[in-house]
Design a protein around this ligand. Structure first.
Ligand SMILES: C[S@@+](CC[C@H](N)C(=O)[O-])C[C@H]1O[C@@H](n2cnc3c(N)ncnc32)[C@H](O)[C@@H]1O
Length: 270
């Protein structure tokens, strides 16, 4: 095992500690197991070498192990489905902190793996959630995760384009929509650009296309005193402020992420 760690370290040009984490993750064993120097059979070794070659090409480790951690939840994820990010974990924490009354009904637009819905279902045990996505691939993955956490009675998956066909009034509408401006897509890291689904990233010309559609279409289906929470691109605040000032009478506030970048907008109907 130690010799494998050395090989991974040299192949991927990473620190030994990171190589240990990678070997443990790829073998689906706890990290401390790499210190035991247990023998590894030929099949497992060959498989590991193949997976390391994929990593070297830029394939995200989550697509190789088919799992990812989101807050307290271990989720299944596979190629074609967006890998949930740390910024979104913080987004969920903010939503929970800002929500004063437990919402009866929540809508999660563009649910991907179902990460936001699963975390909110645990935070608000009496809420019913509708989670939508346009991608059948994403919905299949979300279905697996929702079943794993025994939430099929509470999270209902709908395949639709944004909010099309949804009528129920919601207390809380949340979304982490595609928001990368088209001009920045080419400069994304290789592992994102070549391996994550473009449909989950491309936010149109300036990255606010889906955010604006969301705001416009949320108003008619949100309850009085309802709230909308959207994750946005770090450069979108000024464009969205102009849009909100001229197009809605919603009360809005922008929130920063852990790196002090403006990354979330919260809107309320008052
Ligand atoms: C940035 S990912 C976020 C996924 C998940 N909510 C998360 O935070 O990990 C955006 C998601 O929106 C979905 N999506 C893209 N266009 C959509 C549309 N027109 N209607 C509904 N969902 C859409 C994508 O398939 C993807 O799952």
């Amino acid at each position: 095992m130690r010799e494998l760690v050395t090989r991974v370290r040299d192949t991927l040009c990473v620190e030994r500690r990171e190589a240990e984490l990678i070997v443990a993750a790829l073998l689906d064993r706890p990290r401390f197991s790499v210190y035991f120097n247990e023998p590894i059979d030929d099949r497992a070794r060959t498989l590991l070498v193949m997976k390391v070659a994929q990593l070297k090409q830029g394939v995200p480790i989550e697509y190789i192990t088919n799992r990812t951690q989101f807050l307290d939840y271990q989720l299944c994820v596979h190629p074609g489905v967006f890998i949930p990010r740390t910024e979104t974990e913080y987004f969920v924490e903010l939503i929970i902190k800002k929500t004063k009354r437990p919402p009866d009904s929540i809508l999660d637009v563009g649910t991907g793996t179902g990460a936001i819905s699963i975390a909110l279902a645990h935070a608000f045990p009496s809420s019913t959630i509708i989670a939508t996505d346009i991608s059948e691939n994403a919905l299949t993955c979300a279905r697996t995760n929702i079943a794993r956490y025994r939430l099929i009675q509470r999270i209902h998956l709908v395949r639709t384009d944004m909010l099309k066909g949804l009528a129920a009034p919601f207390d809380l509408i949340v979304s982490n929509p595609p928001y990368v401006p088209r001009s920045r897509l080419h400069s994304l890291p290789k592992s994102v650009k070549y391996y994550e689904p473009l449909i989950a990233l491309n936010g149109g010309e300036d990255g606010t296309k889906f955010t604006k559609v969301l705001i416009e279409n949320s108003v008619p289906v949100m309850k009085d005193r309802g709230c909308i929470a959207i994750e946005i691109d770090e450069e979108a605040e000024s464009d969205l402020t102009d849009y909100l000032k001229t197009n809605t009478c919603l009360h809005y506030s922008f929130k920063k992420d852990l790196f002090q970048k403006s990354r979330y907008v919260f809107l309320e109907k008052r």
